[in-house]
Design a protein around this ligand. Structure first.
Ligand code: HEM
Length: 316
């Protein structure tokens, strides 16, 4: 919210966060191929809404309203703040400056700025949260990793400060933890499926127009010939002699998607994960909850399914 609109959210019950959560949810469900038959049989869109099985039309109308609110409400607030001169520097305020400077660049039109800011929030929030939650899960399973990361932070971060990006070069193990999170619990496991408008071919396979191509990023990041013991949370696979191991393939080859549609927020996303994870490890102890007998409770590793998947409940 602050990056896109210069809005500082409330710690609890923030109206913009609530609106955005309601707007993002349909996106994560609807983007999974097969969620709706109409994706495979487009002719169904002509079936009247009252027809049995055509409930998707009503759903689409309701979801469109939620998505529109998500895009319009914070934008209206930012626009008001810009007019009053109280908006802190953010994506929307910078685009306004450019638009008002008389640029001939067609990208600086209000409808585009509004859509881009909305997309930025929608694409950047659940993804980053999913990564932080998976990291906590990994650290709960690997207290030794937590201990090492904490010791590194205690050594590097100035007393009374939180870790910041100036510390990044001196904290390669935190970077290794972030890379391992992006690999171990790949946040967008099938990237965004593609719909082929034209016939295509790949390595001798014919891909007819109308096909949906699903990039299996999950499989690429769990290939045991590249990442031994792929289902284990092992940040140390990215380390060698106290530095990032250049021989271990960086998860960036798959975790941010592919080609022209690769995540444009990947640098912000990585940085947000890095600073969040470093700060959490610096100031919190993370350990499994215990039962009355003091025995640690085992974790369920249950996730909510969607185009972005997220830890559902970490204690079974
Ligand atoms: C750890 C956090 C993040 C992860 C794992 C992630 C991952 C992805 C993936 C896999 C895609 C699909 C790419 C494809 O279709 O091939 C995507 C798209 C996108 N991401 Fe991210 N992302 C993250 C954070 C962010 C942030 C912080 C922003 C914005 C500031 C952002 C903006 C976008 C946008 C706008 C798209 C759509 C691009 C397009 O379709 O052309 N993402 N992201």
């Amino acid at each position: 919210m602050s990056v896109a609109y210069g809005i500082e959210v409330k710690p609890k019950d923030d109206v913009y966060i609530q609106t955005a959560e309601r707007g993002v949810y349909p996106l994560t469900v609807a983007a999974v191929p097969g969620s709706f038959l109409v994706d495979l049989l487009p002719i169904l869109k002509y079936v009247p809404a009252w027809f049995p099985g055509a409930g998707f039309q009503t759903k689409a109308r309701q979801w469109k309203r939620l998505a529109t609110d998500m895009i319009e409400l914070p934008y209206a607030e930012a626009k008001k703040n810009i007019a009053e001169g109280t908006c802190p520097p953010c994506f929307t305020s910078m685009c306004f400056e450019k638009m008002n400077s008389g640029t001939s660049d067609d990208a600086y039109r209000e409808d585009i700025i509004q859509g881009a800011a909305g997309t930025m929030y929608a694409a950047g929030s659940d993804t980053t949260i999913s990564g932080v939650a998976s990291c906590i899960l990994g650290l709960l399973e690997r207290p030794d990793v937590f201990k090492q990361a904490r010791a590194d932070l205690d050594r590097v971060v100035k007393k009374g400060h939180l870790p910041d990006f100036d510390d990044e070069a001196s904290l390669p193990f935190i970077t290794a933890i972030v890379k391992e999170v992006l690999r171990w619990r790949d946040i967008v496991p099938i990237a965004v499926p593609r719909y082929l408008e034209n016939d295509d071919q790949y390595k001798g396979y014919r891909l007819p127009a109308g096909s949906i191509v699903i990039p299996n990023a999950w499989a690429m990041l769990h290939d045991e010939s590249v990442y031994p013991e792929p289902f284990e949370f092992k940040p140390e696979r990215f380390m060698k002699d106290g530095k990032i191991n250049p021989e271990t393939r960086d998860p960036a080859h798959a975790c941010w998607g592919f080609g022209r549609r690769i995540c444009p927020g990947r640098y912000v996303g990585f940085a947000a994960l890095w600073v969040s994870i470093a700060s959490i490890i610096h100031v919190f102890d993370i350990e499994k909850e215990r039962d009355e007998q003091g025995k640690p409770l085992e974790l369920s590793h249950e996730y909510v399914s969607g185009i972005v998947w997220c830890v559902y409940s970490i204690v079974s």
